[in-house]
Design a protein. Sequence first.
Length: 249
Amino acid sequence: MSISEHESTQKLRSLALSTFSQVSGIFGYVNFISDLRSENEKMRRRNAELMLENNQLREFGLENRELRDMLAFADTSSYDLIAAEVIAKSFLADQINFTINRGAADSVKPGMPVISQTGLVGIVYTTADKYSIVRTYKNVNLKLIVKLINSGTPGILKWNGTELIMQGIPKTLQIQKGERIVTSEVSSLIGINIPVGEVARILNPESGLFNDLLLTPFADLNSTDNIFVMRMIQSKKVDNYELNYLNTK
């Protein structure tokens, strides 16, 4: 082979090696990008799994805390309480009703008060064998006699479709923001003192003979998933008259 042929061959080999190196580099980069994308996808998937796991653990922890509080409440209460779970919530324009997983087979009856560990939720409206419907305090058809805890002044608890109010408070009465409201012992529906809420503000201080009070309820219906039914009917009047009135609304 002549010198010129040898030089040409060397140039071709160098060019081929250079081209191969460039092509290999491109393929290597493509593989690197592909591997990087794969790793990123794995990381995103794992992050999503961790997020779901953390959320589940958080919810489990909150549920356990709520259940522990409820058990402690039941243990220290002198009342006969039936623990139940809210299995459905009905949100209508003028009312919120609960379906709970306890019924006539568990000795639940219409008229029994329903509470959480923070306060009044409502009253049992109707029952079946294994479940019951609860009228919550956010129901225009449910009206209860309540009272201001400081003065004992009674009034009517009413949901007007947008706000929880206490009606019929004399304007001469001194009322403090934050004063607690409880159900009244003079009520023939709920004749014991169950915490309801606190005064947020006076709604009509400049007109009329009586004030209406805007209340902030203690029991948050949106987050209430576990409740107690109080195994009590206040009087035969409730059985014979007021419950019939309750069921016709």
